[in-house]
Design a protein around this ligand. Sequence first.
Ligand code: PLP
Length: 382
Amino acid sequence: MSQNTDLLLLTPGPTPIQPDALQALLIPMVGHMDPAVFALNARIQANLKVLYGAAADAFTALVAGTGSLGMETGFANLIEPGDTVVVATNGSFGDRMVEMCERYGAKVIVVRAPIGEAVRLEDVEKALKEHQPKMVSVVHGETSTGVLNPAPEIARMAQDMGILVTVDAVTTAGMMPYEMEKWGIDYAYTGSQKCLSAPPGVAPVAVSARAMEVVRNRKTPVTLWYSDFLGLQAYWDHRDYHHTIPVQLHYSLDAALSAALNEGLDVRARHAAELSVAVARTLETIGFSHFVKNPRERLPSVLSLRLPEGMNDLQVRTALREKGISITGGLDATRGLIWRLGLMGEAARTEHYMRFMRTLDEILGHRHLESTLEQNLTAVHA
Ligand SMILES: *Cc1c(COP(=O)(O)O)cnc(C)c1O
């Protein structure tokens, strides 16, 4: 059986499945209460603490759904009707946070930054001082625009004020430094199919001891029964039945996570940062330009580039798709205007971007993109 289909995914999620993770899907069925599965779960919990830089007393687990369920699980557990929540947003996923918080009955204070710019620390600080919220939430790397938000600075500030902190780690944990304990984050989540390159279907989460205490002291039960932290903890920490877990997805995630940790989180981060710069410089030679103007606000794992004048977005992307490469255009306000190239997990391999450049050379007429990328990579690495 071949590992790669002919389709190469260079999208900002999902990503090509890591080979060990693909193999793990073939493990014969084991029961969710079997000692072998509890041992597997314990290894996943320990490795997730490393992935997130979580404290020893944090609670880690997988919830059975994609990244959006990871997002919703945090709000379902940490919000009670009437609570005030500050959400800093500058794109589709930040806006999704706002919508979810409202559905759980929060009074939501929105701190907004323009599309393509990071949220401003001063604006968040002002909202926190004025509204004294229970929680502040922000997306670390906004996938819809390729903007990196100042999540560590927001978390430190909020923690000092005794405010709970949720930081979406979907495009960052596993490809960039993510230091839950050091920065003061209470809730972190990602999706298996993004930076870890496992199949979609589980969301790795981490909860601080402080946030678990908040859940234990709720006045009202968590309305999302399925991912109540205390129910999850009964299964993961105390080995009581709560619900049947997707066993194969646990094996697969475990394989992908182990591979990422073996490769080294710092090695992956350095490589993704270098490759991202080299790819951008290469495409700049044919007229692409950065959508995110401030270099410090660029997310390495989602490279967001404005198309050259006169290039037909759909036509070129369709030609790429016919030659077996899938990339993503803009969303909403940026539709037809930008390309978003994924450098998460297995997508961030040099050989994939060499093939991408070779294929673009074929489509656009020979522009020496492949050799230019090679030269840029050498230059960036040095
Ligand atoms: C993809 C993504 C999500 C949602 O994950 P799904 O797996 O699509 O449910 C949430 N936040 C960010 C930043 C994402 O990129």
